[in-house]
Design a protein. Structure first.
Length: 168
């Protein structure tokens, strides 16, 4: 099993997802704000989703981090995952509504992308974004990613954003 490492940025601390994050996951998945990542979900389904994300580290050597301010306020999650049939890992993020519009997702995603490219050697990274999720599309674009219609997303209606090969 690979241990998730902590990452710090100018404003944020990214740490391994832990069972203690469950109240935040439960609250997030109880709202319509979670609709682009499979929500809303029941409390039980939110718990199982949390355990899946914790298990990603054991299965693939990477996964998602919880994102907090340096003061410890929980903001959301960001990370990299890959399934056996995907052509490249996906960089994804989900943040609480109150964390929106402050650049946290872009800052955290850029840090994870750079960290995982160094650590895992990935040249190609994608983000799968629903076309109605304008906020996530803006984050991907700020990261230098662009839609690539030649790549089929694993979920219907999602658009694959391909990240630039050498972006840090």
């Amino acid at each position: 099993m690979t241990e998730a490492l902590s990452i710090t940025t100018e404003r944020l601390r990214l740490r391994p997802i832990a069972p203690e994050d469950f109240p935040h996951w439960r609250a997030f998945y109880a709202t319509d704000h979670s609709r682009f990542v499979g929500g809303p979900k029941s409390e039980e389904d939110a718990w199982w989703k949390l355990t899946q994300f914790v298990g990603d580290w054991a299965m693939s050597g990477h996964g998602f981090w919880s994102v907090e301010t340096k003061d410890g306020d929980y903001l959301g999650r960001v990370g990299l995952e890959i399934a056996p049939n995907w052509t490249a890992p996906e960089l994804g993020w989900s943040f609480l509504p109150e964390a929106g519009g402050k650049g946290y997702a872009t800052e955290a995603a850029a840090a994870v992308r750079a960290h995982e490219r160094r650590r895992m050697g990935y040249d190609e990274v994608h983000s799968f974004i629903h076309p109605d999720n304008e906020a996530s599309a803006r984050v991907a674009q700020r990261l230098g990613a662009a839609p690539d219609v030649a790549i089929e997303a694993p979920w219907a209606e999602h658009v694959v954003y391909r990240h630039p090969p050498e972006a840090a």
